[in-house]
Design a protein around this ligand. Structure first.
Ligand SMILES: N[C@@H](CCC(=O)N[C@@H](CS)C(=O)NCC(=O)O)C(=O)O
Length: 215
């Protein structure tokens, strides 16, 4: 059985977990925080979560995990079969990760752990996020899904990573990014109602609230 390692506080962990749920694959969750400790690095070379373990070996990077899941369990398909449409879905995934999640992530110490706002991050991340949103606006389809008329891994990525981005922009800049991309707010609401996403997100929200209460 596939084991998925990480924490329910992680948006990427939630993305990969929702992909397993969508695929109808049996899996076991192992709770672990990202870390640079040797035991974690031995399984996840960057110390990040999520990673999955199959037959004693591990695989990292959420979009690589997507590809593996699609190969071992082709149905229900979570990528379009047409090569161009598939590549366009992957393009959205890449943009969300590199140009939105990554700059927003600079504020994790503040948003997750209550550290003071980092002025260098404050100044650097905002223009990057503005550029990322402008770029994303060119790619999104909302027909009704982000990459077209079928639900794909790009929707899982968009839901968890853009909500993560918005949590950070709202708290740090008082900036709701759903106002910048027409249709984004309604789209996120629709995806959030999907059973796989709703189930995984509810756990993430519950655990995040408990984590914030404790810290
Ligand atoms: N590119 C990675 C990103 C995963 C990631 O950034 N995970 C966060 C938790 S949401 C993490 O492990 N952060 C700790 C770190 O960056 O050292 C993926 O696609 O899985």
């Amino acid at each position: 059985m596939i084991k998925i390692y990480g924490t329910t506080l992680s948006n990427y962990y939630s993305t990969a977990k929702a992909a397993l749920v969508e695929k109808g694959l049996a899996f076991e969750e192992v709770s672990i925080m990202p870390s640079q400790e040797p035991e974690v690095l031995a399984k996840s070379p960057m110390g990040k979560v999520p990673y999955i373990e199959v037959d004693g070996t591990t695989l990292t990077e959420t979009n690589v995990i997507f590809d593996y899941l699609e190969d071992i369990q082709p149905q229900p398909a979570l990528y379009p079969s047409d090569p161009w449409a598939r590549a366009k879905a992957k393009e959205i995934i890449r943009f969300v990760e590199l140009y939105l999640d990554a700059p927003a992530r600079r504020h994790v110490p503040t948003v997750y752990f209550g550290a003071p706002v980092d002025q260098a991050a404050y100044d650097a991340a905002r223009p990057l996020l503005e550029t990322g949103l402008r770029a994303l606006k060119q790619l999104v389809r909302f027909e009704p899904y982000i990459a077209g008329d079928t639900f794909t891994f790009a929707d899982l990525t968009a839901y968890f990573e853009l909500r993560f981005t918005n949590l950070h922009t709202t708290q740090i800049y008082d900036w709701d990014i759903t106002n910048d991309v027409p249709g984004l707010g309604e789209y996120l609401q629709m995806v959030g109602e999907r059973p796989s996403v709703n189930t995984v997100d509810s756990v993430m929200q519950r655990d995040f609230a408990a984590f914030k209460n404790k810290s």
